[in-house]
Design a protein around this ligand. Sequence first.
Ligand code: 1AG
Length: 134
Amino acid sequence: MPVDFSGTWNLVCSDNFEGYMLALGIDFATRKIAKRLKPQKVIEQEGDSFSIQTTSAFRSYFVQFKIGEEFEEDNKGLDHRKCKSVVTWDNDKLVCVQTGDKKNRGWTHWIEGDQLYLELCCEEQVCTQIYKSA
Ligand code: 1AG
C-alpha cells in the first residue's frame, strides 16, 4: 500500500524559496509578494490518480496526473514555462521530473510524522517546504 497524501495541508515553513524563484527568473516584485504567502494544498489521491490544488491569496495552481504518465504542464501563474512532466514513486516519495527549458527541474513530496514535505528543485537551487495537516 502506497502512502496516502490526501488531505488539506497548510504551509508552516519554507527554506530557499527565494533561490528557487530566482532560478526560475521570477521578477523582484513578484518574489517579494510570493515569499510572504502561506499556501494551502488540497491533495486528492485515488489509486494512481492525483490532483493537487495549491491556493494562496495571490496565485493558485492546479495539477492532476497519473503515476508514470507523462503530461504537459503549463505552470500557469508561476513562471509560465511549459514542461513535459512525469510523476513516479521512489519508495514512499512522490517524484516529479519537469523536463523543459530549465535544467534539473522537479519536485518531491513525502510524509514524515504528521508533516508533508515538498522539495522544489531548479538548476542548482533547492527549496524545502513543510506543510501541516489542516
Ligand atoms: C508546485 O508544487 C507548484 C506550487 O509545483 C507552487 C510552488 C512554487 C511556486 C513556483 C514558482 C514561483 C513562481 C511564481 C511565484 C508567484 C506566486 C507563488 C504562488 C505559490 C502558490 C501557488 C508541487 C506540487 C504540485 O505540490 O503542484
